[in-house]
Design a protein around this ligand. Structure first.
Ligand code: HEC
Ligand code: HEC
Ligand code: HEC
Ligand code: HEC
Ligand code: HEC
Length: 475
């Protein structure tokens, strides 16, 4: 379980139960100072077409010692082979929305399992690259396009992307995971407090991503520039997410999921796509001891909904609660944005008077799934306790919010405002992706678009044309 989750879960417990634990900040879990000794590099991606609709995607990668040319031997070096360390490669796809449709199986049939943890629209994942997951590069033929073969490794998987709304032409690979602070030459790792070792402190190395094209013929150099539009700028996030105090809060650096996913939003969106919810760790609870929030309806974790909802803790009427790893309950309603929440340029790119927060949305932006049609727990037979789960990976039958309403209602969640979105705006809070743009047509831009009567810039009191970075509020 990652530390932010523990702290957030604990702080909620403290609000609910009065006595108990004092949350002390002394237990360090990350060694940020050691990050500079590591850099993840995706050096090349090759793509080989197989049977129609199938490709073998190979990623060739290394971990260098910071910005030097020297490489770590991830299969032997202590920071990668000590308890708690691990590296994973994610392979995702879709034209721009990275929904990874078909990653579980090309028929989109439900995943039936007894275990928790299965998602609805996750990328393909290859784990434990530091042990058996990856192969050491032995030749230029095996690993084309790399400057050296020393400590270069490769992973390859066959994938069968399924079209969801638009033909799949591109994909993305991501290298995530973390070394731990143990045995870094020339560096004295701070002792974990307590105990000294193990467990070791995590080293939150920034994740790496590369986009590639699914080519009709073999491509030995398939990396392409990022085809996805840039919406927000992580340097703006970093103005708060720097580990320092802002307003009443020490805002942590952006390293989530047990420090495995760090400071690269291009990685987050591979999983936090429009078709993803927090279904993985939900289950039906019974008895009085279980937390009923875990068995409640799925909550979207689409980035365009999740990030607004988290920061709008002080503005939303309904708490935004995500069921996270190991069924932890993450209630973000206590988050207070240390600036004016209405100033979209705190996060969004805003150049020459054109902001990425403005309407209309691009035609590729998908509605946000609020129900995947998964069943958390299916009894095998009554009265047997044994049961299985059925996770729907088919996005065509998902219940969705139309995309503009999803964005706006992630902050503006009052029921009368939602009614306005439906009646005046043509939005729907219970539709399907196939209906959006056919029977469900959002008209928001005709009043809230640039230059219109209720222009977003005007109603949110944003000055036009500024880059936003030097235009901060303190309230
Ligand atoms: C004006 C300051 C500010 C900016 C800018 C900002 N955030 Fe935050 N963010 C916060 C605060 C405050 C919290 C709550 C921290 C806490 O209570 O632990 C938070 C929490 C989060 C969390 C939840 C973290 C957790 O540990 O559960 C995520 C994820 C997040 N922000 C992402 C982003 C992203 C992505 C951006 C940029 C696109 C961004 N933030 C920009 C202030 C900011
Ligand atoms: C490999 C997939 C994947 C990646 C990559 C990923 N997430 Fe998540 N994230 C999830 C899933 C799935 C959930 C829902 C809870 C669960 O099942 O673990 C989640 C939940 C969350 C939550 C809410 C609950 C919690 O556990 O704190 C936050 C905040 C979050 N992610 C932030 C991020 C950020 C920021 C990034 C990028 C730095 C990121 N995630 C990258 C899959 C991913
Ligand atoms: C705390 C950071 C933050 C703030 C403040 C913020 N946004 Fe966002 N917004 C995001 C993130 C993150 C995304 C998703 C980015 C991605 O998918 O790459 C997003 C996505 C969007 C999108 C979808 C854009 C697209 O092309 O898909 C719209 C529209 C939007 N935001 C509107 C707004 C408006 C309007 C405001 C101000 C009232 C605002 N946002 C304030 C972080 C923020
Ligand atoms: C990041 C959170 C956030 C997002 C996303 C967001 N807003 Fe807002 N919006 C605000 C805040 C905060 C205010 C100021 C409300 C206040 O001062 O009471 C506001 C004010 C407004 C107002 C003026 C309302 C009034 O009573 O004066 C309108 C209209 C509006 N927003 C429309 C939209 C639309 C349309 C979208 C979607 C494209 C959107 N907002 C997305 C946070 C947000
Ligand atoms: C015919 C014009 C029109 C259309 C179309 C329209 N709106 Fe509005 N909207 C308004 C007006 C007028 C207000 C009130 C603004 C104010 O108080 O400043 C408003 C207010 C809002 C607010 C802020 C409400 C509040 O009090 O906090 C949101 C959010 C919003 N609209 C979202 C949407 C969305 C989403 C759509 C499309 C699905 C949409 N609107 C379509 C005219 C329109």
């Amino acid at each position: 379980m990652n530390i932010p989750v523990i702290l957030r879960t604990m702080s909620r417990c403290l609000l609910l139960a009065v006595s108990l634990i004092v949350v002390s900040p002394v237990a360090r879990s990350q060694a940020w100072d050691a990050v500079g000794f590591f850099k993840y590099n995706i050096e090349n991606v090759t793509v080989v077409p197989g049977a129609p609709g199938t490709w073998t995607v190979k990623a060739i990668f290394s971990v260098t010692k910071g910005d030097t040319d020297e490489t770590w031997d991830i299969q032997n070096a202590l920071p990668f082979r000590s308890q708690g360390a691990g590296l994973t490669l994610d392979i995702g796809w879709d034209p721009t929305e990275l929904t990874n449709t078909g990653s579980a199986n090309p028929l989109l049939s439900p995943i039936v399992t007894t275990a928790l943890g299965t998602g609805a629209a996750l990328p393909l994942q290859v784990r434990n690259l530091q042990t058996t997951g990856a192969t050491r590069c032995a030749s230029d033929v095996e690993c084309p396009g790399v400057a050296s073969l020393v400590n270069r490794f490769w992973v390859a998987r066959a994938v069968t992307p399924v079209t969801f709304m638009r033909a799949v032409k591109t994909g993305r690979v991501a290298l995530e995971g973390k070394p731990v602070c143990n045995g870094i030459p020339g560096y004295a790792c701070p002792a974990a407090a307590p105990p000294p070792a193990p467990p070791y402190l995590n080293v939150p190395v920034p994740s790496a991503v590369a986009s590639f094209a699914f080519t009709a013929t073999e491509s030995l150099a398939a990396i392409i520039p990022d085809p996805r539009r840039q919406i927000v700028d992580i340097n703006k996030c970093r103005q708060c997410h720097d580990g320092n105090q802002h307003g009443d809060t020490v805002v942590p650096r952006l390293s989530l999921h047990g420090n495995n996913r760090t400071e690269n939003l291009g990685l987050c969106v591979v999983c936090h796509n429009a078709n993803q919810t927090d279904v993985p760790y939900r289950y039906l609870t019974s008895g009085t001891s279980a937390d009923p929030r875990i068995s409640g309806p799925e909550v979207p974790i689409d980035f365009k909904v999740m990030v607004h909802s988290i920061h709008a803790g002080g503005f939303r009427e309904t708490p935004y609660v995500v069921v996270g790893f190991n069924s932890s309950v993450n209630d973000f309603s206590d988050v207070r944005f240390p600036r004016a929440l209405r100033d979209c340029t705190s996060c969004h790119i805003d150049v020459n008077g054109k902001g990425t927060f403005e309407l209309p949305l691009g035609p590729t932006v998908l509605g946000t799934t609020v129900k995947t049609q998964s069943v958390y727990q299916v009894p095998l037979s009554t009265p047997t306790a044994a049961s299985y789960r059925s996770i729907s990976v088919n996005p065509f039958d998902d219940v969705k919010i139309s995309p503009t309403a999803a964005v706006c209602s992630s902050c503006h969640d009052k029921s009368e405002v939602k009614s306005h979105m439906i009646r005046t705006g043509g939005a729907s809070f219970a539709t399907t992706q196939l209906a959006i743009g056919t029977t469900v047509n959002e008209r928001c831009a005709s009043c809230h678009g640039p230059g219109k009567d209720r222009d977003l810039r005007k109603v949110h009191e944003i000055r036009g044309g500024s880059s936003g970075t030097d235009d901060q509020h303190d309230d």
